[in-house]
Design a protein around this ligand. Sequence first.
Ligand SMILES: [Zn+2]
Length: 93
Amino acid sequence: MERHERQHSRLNGQENPVTLADMIYERLSIFCWCNSCGYNSTIDPVSLTKILDPLFPVPELGKRMRCSKCQARDIATRPAWPNHGGGQIARHS
Ligand SMILES: [Zn+2]
């Protein structure tokens, strides 16, 4: 069995990361996960744009955060895709 393990450090080098503005446009929350204790929560991106640039990349948010439970600075952030079994959401009003 082979495992593919990718280094996380340089992942955002070339690709376009999802930004806070993208999240607001898609009406998604930001899912935060503590790699240390497993604590997780979702954040409203609109409130984050009051303190951060709207073009701030979502994957970078974790580096600015600290777990409110165990105080670890090992937070993963990603779009909180809704899990309603539908795969994609393509609804634009
Ligand atoms: Zn934690």
